[in-house]
Design a protein around this ligand. Structure first.
Ligand SMILES: [Zn+2]
Length: 252
């Protein structure tokens, strides 16, 4: 099975969702002590996708600082175990899931319920057709409920088990599933590095071409200078000098 573990690190506990990337569904979720999560990463072999806060130009709480510290420890553990670790920006997750960078937790939750098929995904095991009474009607007219086959119970919704702590981690998993690693900050950093490298190559090529031209001009200049035959040649020499100056400025 192709699974990932999505993390929402907190200062003492971390919310997680084990997510099946083949069927686009969560398998399990929970919130555990950070120390336990750390040892899980050390002993596991599932790729990790972790939420990171983004700078908002506001003062931050000790809680958030500690959460970031833990996210760093998780990242370090994953790297030591050669596990894939993807950082995901909280803002990108909010924008992807709830279509707004200012979305609150309740908006994210609502958007996720919609994503997985509406209110029935959070419904419990009680049959909604017979309201758990196993049949419809009263007395002799009572017939077995076809929805639950007379048991009063149905399979609970996919997200029934999800508590408040798991929604943020589920949002991480959904964003990762939909956008792949395109939303991960590490990839963005790598892309910008690539861009920088490409720019450097282009600059070097341009510079080389200029230098070639400059060499040719210099040679021509030298010939002119050594010839020293007439005023015409001297004039040519000055114009060449100007062109060389221009090129040198361009290179700089
Ligand atoms: Zn029923």
């Amino acid at each position: 099975m192709n699974t990932i573990i999505a993390l929402d690190p907190g200062n003492t506990k971390t919310g997680y969702v084990v997510y099946d990337m083949d069927s686009n569904k969560p398998i399990s979720c929970g919130k555990i002590e950070n120390e336990r999560m750390l040892s899980q990463i050390f002993n596991g072999n599932t790729p990790i996708v972790c939420e990171f806060p983004y700078p908002r130009g506001q003062s931050i709480s000790w809680q958030l600082i500690e959460s970031i510290e833990w996210a760093g420890k998780f990242s370090c553990a994953a790297h030591m175990c050669k596990l894939s670790f993807t950082k995901m920006n909280r803002k990108d997750i909010k924008v992807h899931v709830a279509k707004s960078a200012n979305a609150k937790d309740k908006h994210v939750r609502k958007a996720l319920i919609e994503y997985f098929g509406g209110e029935k995904t959070i419904a419990g095991p009680k049959c909604l057709v017979c309201k758990g009474k196993k049949g419809i009607g009263r007395g002799k007219k009572k017939v077995e409920c076809s929805n639950c086959k007379g048991t009063g119970l149905v399979e609970p919704g996919l997200l029934y088990e999800f508590s408040a702590d798991c929604w943020a981690a589920l949002a991480v998993a959904v964003t990762y599933y939909d956008c792949g690693s395109s939303k991960s900050s590490e990839v963005l950093m790598a892309e910008s590095k690539d861009r920088k490298a490409q720019q450097q190559i282009e600059y070097r090529e341009r510079r080389y071409a200029f230098e070639q031209q400059l060499n040719l001009l210099n040679q021509e200049m030298l010939k002119t200078m050594t010839a020293k035959q007439s005023a015409k040649m001297a004039a040519k020499g000055i114009s060449l000098q100007k062109r060389i100056q221009k090129l040198t400025e361009k290179i700089k």
